[in-house]
Structure formats: structure tokens, C-alpha cells
Design a protein around this ligand. Structure first.
Ligand code: F3S
Length: 283
């Protein structure tokens, strides 16, 4: 069986870096290790880390109650007050914020310094957006939908800097910016979308269009994996959505000669490799 594995399958650069950071700390750090929020949305990875003693802190209250140890900040990043809180408490902080997210933190600080009010295009409840807002001194705006863009109203004399959540859809970002641009404000638009998601989707679609069967690996609740599945299904009717090798029930026939494999952003390499090996050997 010929297998085509997507180069962009699984962890993006920032998530890979964050997970590696946790493993480095397990090897180095003295005392308890915590991550502020799950390091990646994959139960298997989090469980494996838990077995190695890494605990997940889910709320700021839990963070504030700490007396010792190391806290790892995940790829999404956090607001300035979390750094300040840990510093005040004398808790060691290891920053695994994705450099692309860190860049947005620097942009909003700089542009506020230049007298601009920050408008973030993204989901206000997403931790990354909460973190970006946490680097603004003044209240920032957040817009996610066409309707919110239409209704957006700031004082006319206000100068605005628009940035985006890294995983926001590019076309939708453009549409929302266009609506706001027409309102006549002095705006500076900085597209801070990360290309990792789009590249993964484009490659998945391309592979799916060339193979006889396509396997998409990822958590059942992972929205980016669902999106990958939709894209692949459109190109290849014979597309399978699995969480791990146990779910794979590939019905092979003479007509299947080539299988494609991709995986969502929170799928660890180990699972991808297992599936790949299995398909190569068994069929
Ligand atoms: Fe990943 Fe960083 Fe982009 S976490 S999606 S590489 S912004």
C-alpha cells in the first residue's frame, strides 16, 4: 500500500515547542511542575504528562494559591497580570508562548504607545484573545462576526490598530476589515494570522484529491480536525475520521492502492506514526 503522509499533519511549530518545553522541564526542574491550562487539547498527551507529575492549573485562583514550583505558560500565551502575579509570588515561570503570539503582544503594546486603540478580530472567549487583551493598557475591542463589524462604533477621533487571532480565517478577516475600513476611522491593519492552519488544510485537500482513501486523525471534539475531515471528504468520498489506531476500520479492496494521512493540530506524532505503520504493513 502506498501511503502519503501530510508534512503538516499534527502539531504546529508553536504547540510542538510548548510540549517539548514541558518535557525539558520534567528532565530539569526541581519541585512540582504545572501548566496553566492543558498544554494541548489532547487527553492522551495531558494524561501522559500527568503520569510524569505535571499538573494542570485551570483557573487564576489555582495559580494564585500556589506556593512553589514551576508554571509553564502554554502556546496561547497569557496577559501581563499573570506574569506579574507569578513574579510577586516568587514562582518560577517558563514561557512557552508561541513566538507568533508573543509578537502580537509586542504589537499591541507598541501601537497603544503610538496612541492607537486595539481592535482584535477573533473570539473574545478564546484564551489567546484574552491573553492579547491582557497586554493592552486601555480596554480593547474584539470583533468576530459581520454583525459585530457592522455595529462597531468608536469615537471618530480614535486611531485604531487592528490585529487578528492567529487561527482566524483569512477571508473572514478581510471581510471584517473591509466593513470597518468603510467607517472612516484612521486604521492600521496588521494581519497576524498564522499560516500553519491554512497550510495544513490546503495540503490535506490536495492529498485527498489524489488518493483512494484518506485518514484524518484527531480528537472527536477538535474543531480543526472536523474541518480537515470536511475538506478531505469533499475531495475523497472514502475518508475516515479516527482518534487513534483502535478506531481504524479501513475497508480495503483491490481499488485502494494509495492512502493519505493527515492529523489535527493537537494530534501527537506517536499516534500518527502508529497509524502510518499499521497501514503500510497491514495492507
Ligand atoms: Fe501554532 Fe503558533 Fe501558529 S501555536 S497555529 S504556530 S501561532
Amino acid at each position: 500500500m502506498e501511503v502519503i503522509l501530510a508534512k503538516t499533519a499534527g502539531f504546529c511549530f508553536g504547540v510542538r515547542r510548548a510540549v517539548d518545553t514541558v518535557y525539558e522541564q520534567i528532565a530539569q526542574a526541581a519541585g512540582p511542575i504545572y501548566t496553566y491550562g492543558p498544554i494541548v487539547h489532547n487527553e492522551m498527551v495531558v494524561r501522559e504528562l500527568e503520569e510524569k507529575g505535571v499538573r494542570v492549573l485551570n483557573t487564576e485562583e489555582e495559580l494564585a494559591a500556589l506556593e512553589e514550583g514551576t508554571v509553564i505558560i502554554r502556546a496561547h500565551g497569557v496577559g501581563r497580570h499573570i506574569y506579574e502575579l507569578l513574579e510577586k509570588k516568587g514562582i518560577r515561570l517558563v514561557d512557552a508562548t508561541c513566538p507568533f503570539v508573543r509578537k502580537i503582544h509586542r504589537i499591541v503594546q507598541r501601537e497603544e504607545g503610538n496612541g492607537r486603540r486595539i481592535l482584535i478580530i477573533g473570539n473574545a472567549r478564546h484564551p489567546e484573545v484574552e491573553g492579547i487583551r491582557g497586554w493592552c493598557r486601555k480596554p480593547s475591542y474584539v470583533i468576530e462576526s459581520m454583525e459585530e463589524a457592522e455595529n462597531f462604533a468608536a469615537p471618530m477621533e480614535e486611531k485604531i490598530c487592528i490585529v487578528s487571532q492567529t487561527t482566524f480565517n483569512y477571508n473572514k478577516f478581510e471581510d471584517l476589515v473591509e466593513i470597518i475600513s468603510k467607517k472612516g476611522y484612521d486604521i492600521l491593519v496588521l494581519n497576524t494570522i498564522c499560516s500553519a492552519t491554512e497550510e495544513r488544510q490546503t495540503e490535506a485537500g490536495q492529498i485527498a484529491s489524489e488518493v483512494d482513501a484518506m485518514i484524518v486523525i484527531g480528537g472527536s471534539h477538535s474543531s480543526n480536525t472536523q474541518k480537515l475531515f470536511e475538506i478531505c471528504k469533499k475531495e475523497c468520498e472514502n475518508t475516515y475520521y479516527i482518534q487513534s489506531l483502535d478506531d481504524l476500520d479501513l475497508k480495503t479492496s483491490e481499488s485502494i492502492r494509495c492512502v493519505g494521512i493527515t492529523a489535527g493540530a493537537s494530534t501527537p506524532n506517536k499516534i500518527i506514526e502508529e497509524v502510518q505503520k499499521h497501514v503500510r504493513i497491514k495492507f
